[in-house]
Write a protein that binds this ligand. Structure first.
Ligand code: NI
Ligand code: MN
Length: 223
């Protein structure tokens, strides 16, 4: 599985010739290295309706005829605006041609320009024999231990920006709950309010059985 970070919470995940994008915030994302028009994907996975996550999902869905996958209310918002979609909800999983997706809880909000669009979620995505957990925007919660126990995680993508989500201290605790083989920090340094030093996150996990991968925007890693 290849994971490419486009800054903030936006990742492109590839395996076995299939490709999905998660939280495609590209227009207006100062860290993104690619334009929405350049994105070629089989699906668009979205954790919640905030503009720094929903981003360019509708445009990318239309251009690729790729479904937006997320919670029922958020997918309805997208399909009402011309996207294709596959609605799911928390606790549910579904096997798509590219792999399996399961929605998890996330403690946060989910609104768009028109108001609330249901609950936010996290994502468990399995492709090419590997499993990632994208936490979305969330505070720390102890059920992360259950998420990690049920779905052995090869790589966890965790927010560290603080203010709107977990900060570094809580993200270090999250790693203890999830027990992933590797962890990538996200949702930091996009804006001043979420400025963080990822090396403090790395140092906080020194000696723990996890591979901390601090990525540069546009960088890819293989897991
Ligand atoms: Ni948010
Ligand atoms: Mn956010």
């Amino acid at each position: 599985m290849r994971i490419t970070w486009q800054g903030h919470s936006c990742f492109i995940i590839e395996a076995d010739g299939k490709r999905v994008i998660i939280d495609p915030f590209l227009n207006g994302n100062p860290l993104a290295k690619i334009k929405p028009s350049e994105i070629k994907v089989d699906a668009v996975l979205v954790t919640h309706g905030h503009s720094d996550h929903l981003g360019d999902a509708i445009e990318i869905s239309k251009a690729n005829k790729a479904p937006v996958i997320g919670t029922f209310e958020l997918v309805n918002y997208c399909t009402e605006r011309g996207a294709t979609g596959h609605p799911m909800h928390i606790g549910g999983s579904y096997t798509f041609p590219f792999g399996r997706v399961k929605l998890t809880i996330a403690h946060h909000g989910s609104t768009t320009d028109t108001g609330p669009v249901g609950n936010p979620c996290g994502l468990i995505v399995s492709m090419g024999g590997k499993t990632i957990y994208h936490a979305g925007d969330t505070g720390l919660f102890s059920d992360m231990a259950l998420i990690g126990e049920i779905n052995p995680i090869d790589c966890a993508l965790l927010p560290i920006g603080d203010n709107f989500t977990m900060g570094i201290e809580d993200a270090i605790r999250a790693v203890g709950f999830l027990k992933p083989a590797a962890v990538v920090p996200m949702h930091y340094n996009t804006f001043d309010m979420i400025r963080q030093d990822p090396e403090i996150f790395r140092k906080g996990l020194a000696g723990k059985p996890v591979d901390v991968k601090v990525m540069k925007p546009g960088e890819s890693i293989d897991i």
